[in-house]
Ligand binder design. Structure first.
Ligand SMILES: [Zn+2]
Ligand SMILES: [Zn+2]
Length: 234
């Protein structure tokens, strides 16, 4: 009976460091994921693939650092050194072989679990991000072909013209005060503004109708919250 109790306590002890360790690793991965999402917003599209691929070494790094911490807190844990560069990830120094073997198998299993989990989370973050992109202004601009021009404000209805007035069924109404204006010109203006912004920023700008005090009619303005870009389109 005594043996059984001791054994159970031993199991309980191992389970608790395991939970703490796993949850610390998860927190670290979460932080790093948030950082990556921010970078994804501002950097290039290739970044997403590079990041997802680096998932394994990220998990190894985090586990290595967290293991160094937790083994100092819990003196029952073997003083294993987790190597994050060698092809064999774990090496042992001394100590009870069975215990080391047990901890190693727990860690290896956890590493596999965390990599799988992290890869899945990152993939869904990236998928959501690019799904959103399909309804963004950039996607709408790419869809504009020939004479068709979609309203850059509502991103749905076609932009129409009546003499010097450019309008949309969503309520957009721009008086250009100039009869010679064409929808082609408007389209070119929108594309120019958009391209100019995209040279230095990967975030998604938005187009809106604004009233500038010095102008008689409303204007079309391209703005970006990430980089503070501001461009008067019309
Ligand atoms: Zn519209
Ligand atoms: Zn921007």
């Amino acid at each position: 009976m005594q043996m059984a109790t001791t054994h159970r306590q031993g199991v309980k002890k191992r389970a608790s460091w395991r939970e703490i360790f796993r949850s610390r690793c998860r927190d670290r991965l979460k932080e790093s994921r948030h950082k990556a999402i921010n970078e994804l917003r501002s950097k290039s599209e290739n970044f997403k693939n590079t990041y997802i691929d680096s998932c394994q070494s990220l998990v190894e790094d985090v586990m290595y650092q967290e293991w160094e911490k937790i083994k100092k807190e819990d003196n029952k844990l073997p003083s294993l050194v987790l190597r994050n560069t060698a092809p064999i990830p774990y090496t042992q120094k001394q100590e009870n072989f069975d215990k080391v073997e047990h901890v190693l198998s727990v860690l290896e299993e956890m590493e596999e679990e965390l990599i799988k989990e992290e890869r899945k989370l990152l993939q869904s973050v990236v998928d959501d991000y690019f799904k959103f992109d399909m309804t963004s202004l950039s996607a709408v601009i790419e869809r504009m072909e020939g004479n068709e021009i979609i309203c850059p404000v509502c991103l749905r209805s076609p932009l129409l013209q009546n003499k010097h007035i450019i309008f949309c069924s969503c309520g957009l109404r721009l008086d250009t005060e100039f009869d010679g204006i064409t929808l082609d010109y408007v389209k070119k203006q929108i594309e120019d503004a958009f391209n100019m912004h995209n040279k230095s920023c990967f975030a998604k700008p938005t187009m809106s109708e604004v009233k500038i005090p010095t102008c008689k009619s409303n204007n079309l303005l391209l703005t970006c919250n990430e980089c503070d870009f501001l461009y008067l389109v019309l």
